[in-house]
Design a protein around this ligand. Structure first.
Ligand SMILES: [Zn+2]
Length: 288
């Protein structure tokens, strides 16, 4: 545990993404930081990433082979980031938009009820990159955040012994529009003044870098061998390596107006036990 950081033992963070590598290229530094700091970090990945191209090309590799490669790469990345709990749901890569949303949401609800995270993390509704799989998983996690604590939803799970559970916060991993512009990134940037939370991950560039290198099949030549950036690009890249940015989409408690520096800010384990007794009513505004 790093000196000077809050001790997050007993706190639980569940990150839900679409493909192996989303976690490392995205909030890898944040996941590594909380894992190192004692939190239980759960990573859920919807697909095996079998449609990913090998080094940006389409060589003759079967989908089964690719799924195996990427599953091993994800295991490697989780070890690098210190994540002890990982699960691949096994949906077909590129096909989430054809999955029944109720089924996918129910699966995420089940995991929330099993793992009882205080904080949920996923992509923003636009998927960050616009990838349909990213957008669908974002939607499913948002619905699951709203429904997992209500006994009326997926009540069959309660008959199996699971209990309703309300996560306290839902975050989207985002990139500030100013940085996206400076770097010419193919992502939907979030207006800088809408960002609610900045996490210092400057001490975790090592684990994050290792995790990214684990996803070797998805690296393209300039990422493997490096390429020269101009000074402005290098500064922006440095900032992205040292800080992760988030949008607090939903919260079940009061928060102040100031910029958050911790995903668990305001969460006090002694006073917030969000385990439900099944009496919360169905939210009539939630729909598929
Ligand atoms: Zn992805």
């Amino acid at each position: 545990m790093k000196k000077g950081q809050a001790n997050h033992i007993g706190r639980r963070l569940m990150a839900v993404f679409a493909h192996p590598d989303d976690e490392s290229f995205g909030p890898g530094g944040t996941l590594a930081r909380y894992a190192a700091d004692g939190a239980d970090v759960f990573l859920v990945t919807a697909t095996h990433g079998e449609m990913g191209k090998l080094h940006g090309k389409n060589p003759p590799v079967t989908e089964t082979t690719m799924a195996g490669i990427r599953t091993e790469e994800l295991d490697c990345a989780c070890r690098a980031l210190g994540i002890k709990h990982e699960l691949i749901l096994g949906y077909r890569d590129g096909n989430l938009s054809r999955v029944d949303m109720r089924e996918l949401t129910g699966l995420v609800v089940r995991l929330i009820r099993q793992w009882r995270p205080h904080v949920l993390l996923t992509f923003p509704p636009d998927g960050l990159t616009g990838h349909p799989d990213h957008m669908i998983i974002s939607q499913a996690v948002k619905f699951a955040f709203e429904q997992a604590g209500c006994a009326d939803y997926y009540s069959d799970q309660l008959q199996e012994g699971l209990k309703p559970w309300d996560p306290l916060k839902l975050y989207y991993y985002v990139v500030p529009a100013s940085l996206a512009d400076r770097l010419g990134l193919c992502v939907n940037g979030t207006p800088d003044d809408e960002i609610t939370t900045i996490i210092d991950v400057s001490s975790y560039s090592g684990p994050r870098g290792s995790a990214i290198r684990c996803h070797y099949s998805q690296l393209i030549p300039h990422q493997i061998h490096g390429h020269q950036n101009n000074e402005g690009e290098e500064q922006a890249k440095q900032l992205l390596r040292e800080q992760n940015f988030f949008l607090l989409e939903n919260i079940r408690m009061k928060r102040g107006p100031r910029m958050e520096r911790d995903l668990f800010e305001e969460i006090c384990l002694q006073t917030t036990s969000p385990e439900k007794n099944g009496t919360r009513e169905r939210n009539p505004h939630t729909s598929y």
